[in-house]
Design a protein around this ligand. Structure first.
Ligand code: PLP
Ligand code: SF4
Length: 360
C-alpha cells in the first residue's frame, strides 16, 4: 500500500473522472496548438489557417492521444487536420450533396426512407472530421435542438414510423436530461419500437460514456441500437476501449459505420483490421460509406471501382458477418444504395456464364 495514495498518478482512472462536458470544452481548437502538441512542422500552418476558417479545427485530447507524434500522415491525424486542399473548388462537390435540405418533414426531422425517420438533434460535434458531409449543413435553421415537440408530433401522427434515428451533429453532445426528455416523448408513442443513435463520441470522447449515459441507455420500452463511427482500427484503442467495454455491458446492439477515406483506410489490410477490432470490442460492422461529395472533401475520395475492389478483397478475407455493406447515398433513393459487386474474385462475364449454365 503506498504511503500517500493521492500522489500516485493513475491516468486511466483520472481520465474517467474528467466530466465529459469539461473534456469537450477542452478540445483543441487552435491549428497552431495542434501542430505543437504533435511535434509537427509549423510550416503546415499557412495552409491550415484557410481550411480552419472554412470549418474550425476541433480535436479532443483523448483523440489526440491516439495520434502518432511527429507523423504528418498519421491516419487519425488526416481526419482532423485542416488542409489546403479543402479550399480547392470541384464542380461536383456541393453544399448539400444528399438533398437533406429538401427532405425536412418537421423542424430537424428527415423522413426519406420508409418506417424510419432521422432527427438532426444538434449541430455540435466533439470532433471536426474534415470529410464531414454536414460541414456545410445549416444547423441553425434545421436542427431540432431548440424544441423536440414538432418532430415528436410528426412521429406520433405517422403510424408507419417504427424507428427513430438520432443523428446530428452528434446527439451525445446533448446533456442526458435533454435526451431523456426526447426518449420519454418517443416511448409514449406506441408504434415506435426502436431508438437508434448514431454517435462518434464513444470513440472520440470516451469520457461521454459515464454514469449519466449508462443510467438511461439500454433501458426503457424501446430497443436501443448504437451505431458508432470508427474509420481506423487504432481509434478503438485506449482510452476508447474502456468506454466500449462499458457500452457492451448495457447489452445495447452496437454497430459500426465507416467512411472510405483516401489516405486513412483505403487499403484491404486496414479495413480488415478495423472489422476485426470492432468484433473484439463487441461491435458488428454495418456500413462502409462512399464519401458524400460535399464541398472541400474531394481529396478524400476513393473512386467507386477501387472501392469495389477493396470490398471484394475484404470479402475474401473476412467471415460474412464482419463484412460491412458498401453503400453510397443518392438523393431521392429509397435507402442507402449498395455499390458492391455481386460476387468476389470472379469477373462479371464468368459469373453471367455460370448463371446461364446453372439455369440450363
Ligand atoms: C441513412 C439514413 C437513414 C438510415 O438508413 P439505414 O439504411 O436504415 O441505416 C434514415 N434516414 C435518413 C434521412 C438517412 O440519411
Ligand atoms: S462526428 Fe460525424 S457529424 Fe461530427 S464532424 Fe465527424 S463526421 Fe461530421
Amino acid at each position: 500500500m503506498p504511503k500517500n495514495p493521492v500522489m500516485i498518478p493513475r491516468p486511466a482512472t483520472l481520465a474517467q473522472r474528467v466530466p465529459w462536458q469539461q473534456a469537450l470544452s477542452h478540445a483543441i481548437s487552435d491549428p497552431r496548438e495542434l501542430l505543437r502538441r504533435l511535434g509537427l512542422d509549423a510550416s503546415l500552418l499557412t495552409e491550415m489557417e484557410h481550411a480552419h476558417g472554412l470549418f474550425r479545427t476541433r480535436v479532443p485530447e483523448s483523440y489526440l492521444a491516439r495520434i502518432r507524434h511527429g507523423d504528418p500522415f498519421d491516419p487519425l491525424l488526416l481526419q482532423v487536420l485542416p488542409q489546403g486542399a479543402e479550399a480547392s473548388g470541384h464542380p461536383s462537390f456541393v453544399a448539400d450533396p444528399v438533398g437533406d435540405g429538401d427532405a425536412m418533414a418537421a423542424q430537424g426531422l428527415l423522413h426519406k426512407y420508409r418506417h424510419r425517420v432521422l432527427l438532426v438533434t444538434t449541430g455540435a460535434c466533439a470532433i471536426h472530421c474534415r470529410y464531414c458531409f454536414r460541414r456545410e449543413f445549416p444547423y441553425g435553421a434545421f436542427s431540432a435542438a431548440r424544441d423536440w415537440k414538432p418532430a415528436v408530433d410528426y412521429i406520433r401522427r405517422h403510424a408507419d414510423i417504427t424507428e427513430v434515428i438520432l443523428s446530428g451533429g452528434d446527439p451525445l453532445t446533448l446533456p442526458d436530461r435533454r435526451l431523456e426528455e426526447l426518449l420519454h416523448g418517443l416511448e409514449a408513442i406506441p408504434h415506435v419500437t426502436r431508438l437508434r443513435i448514431h454517435s462518434r463520441l464513444p470513440i472520440v470522447l470516451p469520457e461521454r460514456v459515464d454514469g449519466g449515459l449508462l443510467s438511461w441507455l439500454g433501458k426503457g420500452r424501446l430497443a436501443h441500437v448504437l451505431v458508432l463511427h470508427a474509420n481506423h482500427p487504432r481509434e478503438l484503442e485506449a482510452p476508447a476501449d474502456a468506454a466500449l467495454a462499458r457500452l457492451r455491458s448495457t447489452g445495447v446492439t452496437l454497430l459500426n459505420q465507416s467512411v472510405l477515406l483516401a489516405g486513412v483506410n483505403d487499403d484491404i489490410e486496414t479495413l480488415c483490421r478495423l472489422q476485426e477490432a470492432c468484433f473484439s470490442a463487441g461491435i458488428l460492422p454495418y456500413y462502409l460509406h462512399l464519401l458524400d461529395r460535399v464541398r472541400g472533401v474531394a481529396h478524400f475520395e476513393v473512386a467507386e471501382a477501387r472501392a469495389r475492389a477493396l470490398h471484394d478483397g475484404m470479402r475474401t478475407r473476412l467471415p460474412g458477418y464482419l463484412l460491412p455493406r458498401l453503400v453510397r447515398e443518392i438523393p431521392g433513393a429509397p435507402g442507402k444504395m449498395p455499390v458492391e459487386s455481386i460476387g468476389a474474385a470472379t469477373p462479371p462475364t464468368d459469373r453471367i456464364e455460370q448463371a446461364t449454365r446453372s439455369d440450363a
